[in-house]
Design a protein around this ligand. Structure first.
Ligand code: UDP
Length: 371
């Protein structure tokens, strides 16, 4: 009999498992995949840590979370500064003075602000009610048309007018020359990769991979006093109220015998015509160097293609629009009645969580359970 059965070896599950084990609880972690780490999993290909399920850049303003992850890894000083490619025109991200200068030729913050205000007024938006209106309200029509609309509609497979405004608010808008994509005090990539960091969290804990809890849910539930489930909440209930929508991502990963493909970790293709959303060149997360600090002579890139999640596929992003939120609330009500099972993480809570927020949420659960 286990004290805790943790379903899913991603960040939420690994933090809870670590904290439980640290307090002397008997813990078993299951994952249906062949590896730990969930979607933060990195795999080494020819000395390069490849982010197999998309780029993960750790960033947080939460000192407690930063100190927490630093127990398990050292972090490098990587700062995310993606470049937008619109039909071969390059722009700095997030939206800042470099972007405004390239778009409009404006030089001062005052001129940039005047341009945004002029376009905002022309569009006549006072209270933005969807992603399109929110984007125009924040940065004006030109930037919306060239850097947001195409990317967003490929990424989400829905018109910007039908998407929630909060998604675009993830991106800072700055009247300074600052290409740092995040407004976070702490940022970096774990040296040696995320998989190593998660394996340290799970050190000494029993983990069974290639094991699908849902195939024998009742039997597994008998084996533990409590179950921490971090898979999709709708799948837990056999989709009985209907399926929640998710976006999935397909990666085309290639090793190239050249040292530098695009000169940056992330290039976003913001036009509607290019079929991929972005290309990640993984070596730049670690400054193009191997573990001994030597320049790596080759490179690995991944093109990301976004698609609607289908049963059997991998869910990545919850689509938090009104109809999905309404369905989620019904599943949530069922989950709250569970005596043994607790739901957590991006899939368990159907929430567009960043890594730091997942860890904060897992630590909050631990505090509540054991303080
Ligand atoms: N986005 C955009 N253009 C870009 C980058 C992002 O319009 O070049 C929008 C898009 O709607 C995206 C959202 O901003 O879904 C959030 O971007 P973020 O980089 O946070 O997405 P993630 O890295 O989580 O996929």
């Amino acid at each position: 009999m286990y004290d805790y059965l943790v379903v899913g070896a991603g960040l939420y599950g690994s933090v809870v498992a670590h904290e439980a084990a640290r307090r002397g609880k008997k813990v078993l972690v299951l994952d249906r995949r062949a590896h730990i780490g969930g979607n933060v999993y990195t795999e080494e290909i020819d000395e390069i840590h490849v982010h197999k399920y998309g780029a993960h850049i750790f960033h947080t303003n939460d000192k407690e979370v930063w100190d927490y992850v630093n127990q398990f890894a050292r972090f490098n000083r990587f700062t995310n500064s993606p470049v937008a490619n619109f039909h071969g025109e390059l722009y700095s991200l997030p939206f800042n003075m470099y972007t405004f200068n390239k778009m409009w030729g404006v030089v001062t913050p005052e001129e940039a602000l005047a341009k945004i205000e002029e376009q905002r007024k022309e569009a006549g938006i006072t209270v933005p009610s969807n992603l399109e209106e929110q984007a125009i309200h924040l940065v004006g029509t030109d930037i919306y048309e060239k850097l947001i609309k195409g990317y967003t509609e490929k990424q989400w497979g829905r018109p910007c007018r039908e998407l929630p405004a909060f998604i675009i608010k993830r991106l800072p808008v700055r009247l300074t020359f600052d290409n740092n994509y995040f407004n976070a005090q702490y940022q970096g990539i774990p040296i040696g990769g995320y998989t190593k960091m998660v394996s340290r969290m799970l050190d000494g804990i029993e983990v069974r991979l290639n094991t699908d809890y849902l195939e024998e849910k009742e039997r597994w539930n008998q084996s533990a006093r409590r179950v921490i489930y971090t898979g999709p909440i709708d799948e837990f209930y056999g989709y009985q109220l209907g399926a929640l929508q998710y976006r999935s991502v397909r990666f085309e990963t290639e090793r190239l015998a050249i040292p530098n493909f695009q000169g940056n970790a992330a290039v976003n293709y913001t036009d509607a015509e290019t079929p991929w959303t972005r290309i990640i060149e993984h070596k730049w997360f670690e400054f193009g160097k191997d573990a001994d600090g030597k320049e790596i002579p080759h490179t690995v890139i991944s093109r990301e293609y976004s698609s609607e999640w289908q049963p059997g596929g991998e869910p990545y992003y919850p689509v938090n629009d009104e109809s999905n939120e309404a369905l989620y609330r019904r599943y949530r009500a069922m989950a709250e009645k569970e005596e043994k099972v607790v739901f957590g993480g991006r899939l368990g809570e159907y929430k567009y969580y960043d890594m730091d927020a997942v860890i904060a949420s897992a630590l909050a659960f631990c505090k509540k359970s054991w303080s």
